[in-house]
Design a binder for this molecule. Sequence first.
Ligand SMILES: *Cc1c(COP(=O)(O)O)cnc(C)c1O
Length: 383
Amino acid sequence: MVLGQNSVTLNPDLTTNNTDPHARPAPRLIVDLPAIQDNYRTLQSMASNSSVAVGAVVKANAYGLGAMEVLSALARAGCRTFYVAHTSEGEEARRALAGFDADIFVFNGFWPVEIPALRAANLFPVINDLAQVESLRLLAPDLPFGLHIDTGMARLGLGDAETEKLLARPQILDGLAPRQIMSHLACADDPEASLNTLQRRRFQRVREQFPHIPASLSNSAGIMLGAQYHFDVLRPGLALFGGCPIPGQENPFKPTVRIEAPILQIRDIKPGDPIGYGSLFTATEHMQTATVAAGYADGLMIACGNRGFGRIGQVRTPILGRVSMDLISVDVSAVRGQVSPGDPVSFLGQDLETLARNAQTISYELLVRLGLRFHRVYLPARS
Ligand SMILES: *Cc1c(COP(=O)(O)O)cnc(C)c1O
């Protein structure tokens, strides 16, 4: 912020011949790797005992933040178990984890065509039905794998009938190399949901048949439900990236990512002036607005129009009217005369959950929709 100067003064950064991309008037995404490491440690401190391992779910490019940088930061914080959705994500994870002895599980199942790729990158497929178990036995009995039990979500994993078959004939797994048995909670973000208890009991029953296979049930929200839900390996994603696992509860995790987009133009608006496409906002009083270089192509979704907000310093700057592809207008009346073109407006950060709620979505979606054209700045991880 260029305090005390009027709005036509150019930010000095923009007047130099600077080739440093940091100085360009383009939106930057700032990813705080030490904060991700701190969140990992917070999760370790929440684990019911020291023999519970904290894994990391890093699908979708580490929730949009950048797999290469995030995985190596997590490995340096001590993480040795990672989960992705796709085999190609697993391959990237393996590259990111070069030099670390880490297990990488691929949630989306076992496809014979992928055996060579799984072997080459040393990835463990998570098997979702007994037919996949049989094809594993035929084609790659030595390949380590995870086994997903569906305890109440009807999404992935052995359903009720297949689970009963497995319990009646546990030797189905003999001669194979199971490395983890897992299930996933449908309603963990609602501690009152009775399905949580039911899923835990169903999982416990399977787990008792296979006490020697490490068991994993809880995502970020499941971890908050308490020790009974922890089993052997925790599977947080959102919490690592600063999201609040249980809406309405205090968030023990640090923000890890913010957008910083420069102001391109400052406007003085009078009552009756409409702003943006469709004139979805009309001023009712004199206002000062800033047109900012970020839009829905960068992940500030259309639904943030008239509902979201950014910040200049700690001051909130509400988004006015519709979000454009590359631009938004924000109300800077509260810092009138104190901001200039080139000054940054920030988004997300501490406001991730509020912004998601205002846009009627969830923080997960805001994260994974962060755009690709940011200049990404990674605050260096601790080793
Ligand atoms: C995405 C995912 C997780 C992580 O969930 P968060 O709520 O982000 O902690 C864990 N397990 C499975 C199977 C998942 O798909």
